[in-house]
Design a protein around this ligand. Structure first.
Ligand code: CP
Ligand code: NVA
Length: 307
């Protein structure tokens, strides 16, 4: 059975730990693993803009001895004339894996259902699981064991990042708090899935509307843009609704004194986070951005190793 990575809970807690361990190993020697030698090609498809994801997949695939094929949907048949299923049937005869940044999660599911090569979600409207592997690697590097740590997310709790923190966080046994207005709370089905995983791992998810209550004692403070790609028309309403959830020095002063700040980037300084925080001493955003490379290489190696 081909394994895909469309959501953070497509891997078990043990598998997540295995991928993070492999990422830490690959980080020690970037060119030691040549799993894609041949070179094998990996298709990396973008329906939305990207800097980090595009660069880290392209560089990572090359590090592994493979050849990245970066495709913009604007210049391809996918998204216009051709379905994800037909695209998958064409690509699977030529590439080792398909990585896709898109809008609807359903498109990724269709792509995965109709192909024998691994499909990786490089961000959808609902989840950003590759980012979470990098974030967990970063948190582990700075805070040690993930299980038992408290991670507090502030802002748009219905965003791809919030959903991924909820699922990947509990998979790692973390206590995840989401601080948002009620109308921006995470989707109920995602919370139900997270609760099931948390019962197994000892993690938890708590939804809060009071940002300072969410920040109290947190080990990891995190936020994301208030205006995700595809939500541009809601910009004014979002700036108004999410203003109280900005991460400030006050947020950090309530968190644990050794707390770290992370952000997937790109960031809107002065909106979801103040410059003093994101550019301050507790911020580890550049480690986080680098770790996209190591985490995604580990993911590809792991997926291609599956029987
Ligand atoms: N964090 C992230 O996915 O960044 P890009 O949109 O630049 O890929
Ligand atoms: N939530 C953001 C993440 C960008 C990496 C977006 O979807 O635009």
């Amino acid at each position: 059975m081909t394994r895909h990575f469309l959501r953070d809970d497509d891997i078990t807690p043990a598998e997540q730990a295995e991928i993070l361990d492999l990422a830490a190993e690959l980080k020690k020697d970037r060119w030691a693993d040549k799993s894609l030698a041949g070179p094998q090609t990996v298709a990396v498809i973008f329906d939305k803009s990207s800097t980090r994801t595009r660069v880290s997949f392209a560089v990572g695939i090359a590090d592994l001895g493979g050849s990245p094929l970066i495709i913009s949907t604007a210049n391809s048949q996918l998204g216009g004339k051709e379905t994800p299923a037909d695209t998958a049937r064409v690509l699977e005869r030529q590439v080792a894996a398909i990585v896709w940044r898109t809008y609807a999660q359903a498109g990724l599911e269709e792509m995965a259902r109709d192909t024998v090569v691994p499909v990786v979600n490089a961000l959808s409207d609902d989840f950003h699981p590759c980012q979470l592997l990098a974030d967990l690697l970063t948190i582990r590097e700075h805070k040690g064991d993930l299980a038992g740590l408290t991670l507090s997310f502030f802002g748009d709790g219905r965003s791809n990042m919030a959903h991924s923190y909820v699922l990947a966080g509990v998979t790692a046994g973390m206590h995840v708090r989401v601080a948002s207005p009620e109308d921006y709370a995470p989707r109920e089905d995602v919370i139900a899935d997270a609760d099931r995983i948390a019962a197994e791992t000892g993690g938890s998810v708590t939804l809060l509307t009071d940002p300072l209550e969410a920040a109290a004692g947190a080990d990891v403070v995190v936020t994301d843009t208030w205006v995700s790609m595809g939500k541009e028309e809601e910009k004014l309403a979002r700036l108004r609704d999410l203003g109280a959830y900005k991460v400030t020095q006050e947020t950090m002063s309530v968190a644990d004194s050794e707390a770290i700040f992370i952000h997937c980037l790109p960031a809107d300084r002065g909106y979801e986070v103040d410059a003093e925080v994101i550019d301050g001493p507790q911020s580890v955003i550049w480690d986080e951005a680098e770790n996209r490379l190591h985490a995604q290489k580990a993911l590809l190696v792991w997926l291609l190793r599956q029987p």
